[in-house]
Design a protein around this ligand. Structure first.
Ligand SMILES: Nc1nc(=O)c2c([nH]1)NC[C@@H]1CN(c3ccc(C(=O)N[C@@H](CCC(=O)O)C(=O)O)cc3)C=[N+]21
Length: 301
């Protein structure tokens, strides 16, 4: 891996790890086509025309197809009603060619996100946001679908550190999409877990004790050098578009240049967690297809 770019810290190459994972997923998908005549399929639902969402969705579709999987793109106008979205999800729930359903977030204001996410068949919920899957993870059960970003973080942590048991982990940001599921996964690995949020009085006092810091706060440069214990592992989930003298740029929630001089290991942005998120989405879709094959007495393509 490339150490030169980060003096001090070892750079965790999420992009390379994700490429390996995608290759495994593609091999599994090809095997399902050959053995069962089933091609794992992912439906992506995009409501409205947020430019960032459109770019993400395009990239998800491209990577799904490159892995030899079927992709079904559904675009609804920004004016779509909740009924429109629910009707589409119902039809995707019934479609045997669709093994995974992803509803791109955020959704337009008039739509109740919770109602939409909970309308997805939990066995097709490859984002892991359905209340049944969230509840399974919260209860420590291993049979649910796990959200892609925290799953990607956990895979990198285990690849880098081996067992996480007994380590002190601090998660900054307590969203349902990243922070809370991340904390639950780390707890499952027997870490001591601290989950911080907007009202936490002294976040730095928490992170200074941490062997592992995962930050998903959406705040560019939030984590500074003096927040980090020497040698700690820093996982940066932030994706922030900022303007610089050289033009627009994507940065994480970690002040990379200074934190990489004290951390033991660090993920870059871009090229860290982002690619892992998409790789895990493909992995969850293949797992959903595998489960479906197991539950179907007469497998049909
Ligand atoms: N239902 C739902 N599920 C999601 O998983 C979901 C979502 N909604 N809404 C938006 C966020 C954002 N997200 C990213 C995935 C990959 C990269 C990624 O691969 N980034 C690259 C490139 C960054 C760039 O250049 O734009 C990187 O970090 O290296 C980024 C962001 C998934 N999201």
């Amino acid at each position: 891996m490339d150490r030169a770019a980060a003096p001090g810290a070892h750079l965790i190459d999420g992009k390379a790890f994700a490429a390996g994972l995608v290759a495994e997923v593609a091999a599994d998908a090809a095997d399902m086509v050959a053995t069962h005549g089933v091609r794992p399929g992912l439906a992506v639902v995009l409501v409205g025309d947020d430019p960032a969402s459109a770019i993400y969705v395009r990239s998800k579709i491209r990577k799904t197809e490159a892995a030899g999987m079927a992709s079904f793109a559904h675009r609804l106008p920004a004016s779509a009603s909740q009924q429109d979205v629910l009707a589409l999800i119902e039809s995707l729930n019934r479609d045997p060619a669709v093994h995974g359903i992803l509803v791109q977030l955020p959704l337009p204001r008039q739509i109740d996100v919770t109602a939409v996410l909970d309308a997805i068949d939990p066995s097709k919920d490859v984002d892991g946001f359905h209340i049944v899957n969230a509840g399974k993870l919260a209860s420590g059960r291993v049979d649910g679908m796990v959200p892609c970003t925290p799953l990607g973080c956990l895979m990198l942590l285990k690849a880098e550190l081996g067992s996480l048991a007994g380590l002190h982990a601090v998660v900054i940001g307590c969203s349902n999409i990243v922070g809370k599921p991340m904390a639950r996964l780390l707890l499952r690995e027997k870490c001591t877990v601290v989950l911080t949020h907007l009202k936490t009085r002294d976040v730095a006092a928490e992170t200074r004790r941490a062997d592992i810091v995962v930050v998903a706060a959406g705040s560019p440069g939030l984590v500074r050098r003096d927040w980090i214990k020497p040698g700690a592992t820093v996982i940066d989930v932030g994706i922030n578009r900022v303007q610089t003298a050289e033009g627009p740029k994507i940065v994480g929630d970690v002040a990379f240049d200074e934190v990489s001089t004290i951390a033991g290991r660090i993920t870059p942005v871009p090229g860290g967690i982002g690619p892992m998120t998409i790789a895990c989405l493909l992995r969850n879709t293949v797992e959903a297809a595998r489960e479906r094959i197991g539950r179907t007495p007469h497998p049909a393509g």
